[in-house]
Design a protein around this ligand. Structure first.
Ligand code: S6P
Length: 582
């Protein structure tokens, strides 16, 4: 191997650990730091993008390195998981008037829904009563689109929880906030602490408690950090905190990626272990939990062993987006939810239109099994069945668009083939992600999530929506995103960034006093629509946009080549050598 290769590998290894140093961006919590591995992702080739994403995801499974950060496999984390799993086990053995509620905002709420549905299905299959429920800030429509503003409302969180749990004797509340930051979840945790006779709160996130958000919440006397401190006082008895560090996200603050994957790994491990124990009359042990988590680590390795194919897919999707085309995920079974979730996140993260990357699920809302039922009447964006794809998208489908099929050996292959024939009449740009060997649904889901996150993130990187490793076209729709936007502006300028952002938001040259003196969360109430692409507007004011929206080094990917020449037929198969569940 050449000296250059070795030098690069060495620098990647040191970049992997760099973020753990106390001097590295000390003003940010881990979940908002920029990952040293990906600082040049915006000018990387598709193959290198996938390699960088794999390196970032690997940080999830990194062992305890003796720094201040506890990790996924740390004793303290596994011990708390064990205690929570035993509480779930007790509920499963005696479910009368009991509930396990999973709650969160944005991606965290979508995963809460995914897991609640999956484990309720497992109970129904055993002819048991269901015990899981979910809350997502903004209600069911937030499962499919971005409603980030509700995240700022602690009272709404509290009231929604109270209403859902009316009449219950025992509630295990699992609040997910990757950044230990969502006021909506803080309000719920605080409510649980005030009613210990019924509620046991569990907080899942990926920052140390000392990095929980300190900003005051609108209409609330406590900060997130103060709520967490109160939980710490009860820790291990009436409150639990599961908060390993998984390293900064590949795209700064994009907690849909590692934050989402780690949430899925932690909670599915806890719930699956509790189910096994309750229905085989055994008890959850530390070893069972560790074995299950190692199973997910193998899922990671098997998935990224297909890096070249993922890179080809990412490049094709990127070309579609660059040409003004669309990327459609057509899925069967529970992979459909993974597709819908990935697609919905592109709207707030990349300022994408809902049609840019869009998910469809074979049985539509019947397969979704969400609390509010069929949402199609809310508009085209909420049409999610394959039938909707056939009537709304197929007629105008062309080689500019990319279609990705996601299915497993459990799905009806005849049905998949029918869809393949219909799509091929319109485009040759058809791909598939297929889990071919018998396996575990949860593992297939994680594998698909990693691939789709890579495709949607990578294709938007190729489109020019990322500057270094920062999102520059995000929608500033809540206070967390407002602060992130301020930081992104500071990356390139020492100008008065708060003013620059507010002027762009309100389209004014002079800022009236009531705007400048308002807190971050108030700006959503004033001009919700004006927040779209604010960052871009701010950058346009200060910089040469050419420099921002095109790669700093010329790519080998030509942007205006006719569709026939740029699209290649490709069939990605993830023949699953995934391990079976414990
Ligand atoms: C992040 C995603 C957001 C977050 C949401 C909740 O990629 O776009 O929707 O999930 O803001 O964040 P958190 O830190 O409370 O889980």
């Amino acid at each position: 191997r050449s000296l250059t290769m070795e030098k690069r590998d060495f620098s990647e290894i040191s970049d992997t650990c760099k973020w753990e140093s106390p001097d590295y961006e000390p003003w940010f919590p881990v979940s908002e730091k920029s990952n040293p591995l990906t600082r040049d992702i915006d000018k990387s080739s598709p193959n290198h993008i996938v390699r960088l994403l794999a390196a970032c995801d690997a940080q999830m499974f990194q062992k305890d390195t003796g720094t201040t950060y506890q990790r996924l496999f740390s004793d303290s984390v596994v011990l708390t998981m064990l205690e929570v799993a035993r509480t779930v086990e007790q509920i499963l053995r005696d479910p009368e008037d009991s509930l396990v509620v999973l709650s969160g905002c944005g991606t965290s709420g979508r995963l809460a829904f995914l897991m609640a549905s999956c484990f309720n299905r497992a109970l129904r299959d055993r002819q048991q009563n269901t015990v899981y429920s979910y809350i997502i800030a903004g209600g069911d429509r937030a499962l499919l689109t971005s409603l980030e503003a509700s995240e700022d409302d602690p009272k709404l969180g509290m009231l929604t929880l109270e209403k859902l749990c009316e009449g219950k004797r025992r509630v295990l509340f699992i609040g997910i906030s990757c950044g230990l930051s969502a006021p909506f979840v803080a309000g719920q945790l605080d409510f649980c602490l005030k009613h210990p006779d019924i509620y046991t709160p569990v907080l899942v996130g990926f920052n140390p408690v000392t990095q929980a958000r300190e900003e005051t919440m609108p209409g609330y006397s406590l900060t997130f950090r103060e709520v967490v401190q109160r939980m710490e006082e009860q820790r291990g008895q009436r409150a639990f905190i599961i908060n390993p560090a998984v390293g900064p996200e590949a795209i700064s603050g994009s907690s849909r990626m590692k934050g989402g994957s780690a949430t899925k790994i932690l909670l599915e491990t806890i719930l699956a272990a509790a189910h096994t124990a309750a229905f085989t009359n055994t008890h959850v042990t530390r070893r069972v939990l560790l074995d299950m988590m190692r199973g997910y680590e193998r899922v990671y390795s098997v998935t990224y062993s297909h890096s070249d194919q993922i890179a080809t897919l990412l490049q094709t999707a990127g070309l579609s987006l660059q040409c003004g085309g669309r990327v459609c995920y057509l899925s069967w079974g529970s992979l459909g939810l993974v597709g819908l979730i990935d697609a919905s996140e592109c709207i707030p993260t990349f300022g994408a239109d809902y049609e840019d990357i869009r998910g469809f699920i074979s049985g539509g809302y019947q397969d979704m099994d969400n609390i509010e039922g069929d949402l199609t009447s809310l508009g085209s964006q909420f049409c999610i069945a394959h039938e909707d794809f056939v009537s709304l998208v197929l007629p105008t489908l062309s080689d500019r668009d990319t279609v990705l099929l996601l299915y497993t050996c459990h799905d009806d292959v005849g049905d998949v083939e029918k869809m393949v024939h219909r799509v091929r009449e319109k485009t040759s740009n058809l791909h598939s992600l297929y889990h071919g060997l018998e396996g575990d649904t949860a593992q297939w889901e994680l594998s698909s999530k990693l691939v789709l996150n890579a495709v949607s993130t990578g294709s938007h990187v190729l489109k020019g929506k990322i500057y270094r490793n920062h999102m520059v076209d995000l929608q500033v729709t809540n206070s967390k995103l407002y602060h992130r936007a301020i930081h992104i502006l500071q990356v390139r300028t020492h100008a008065r960034t708060h003013e620059a952002l507010l002027k762009a938001i309100y389209h004014v040259e002079q800022l009236p006093e009531d705007i400048t003196s308002a807190g971050a969360s108030c700006h959503n109430d004033y001009h919700p629509v004006a927040f779209t692409s604010v960052i871009r507007k701010c950058f346009e004011r200060h910089y040469d946009t050419q420099q921002l929206y095109h790669p700093r080094h010329p790519r080998t990917i030509p942007i205006n080549i006719p569709p026939q020449q740029i699209h290649r037929r490709h069939n990605l198969k993830l023949h699953s050598t995934l391990p079976s569940p414990t």
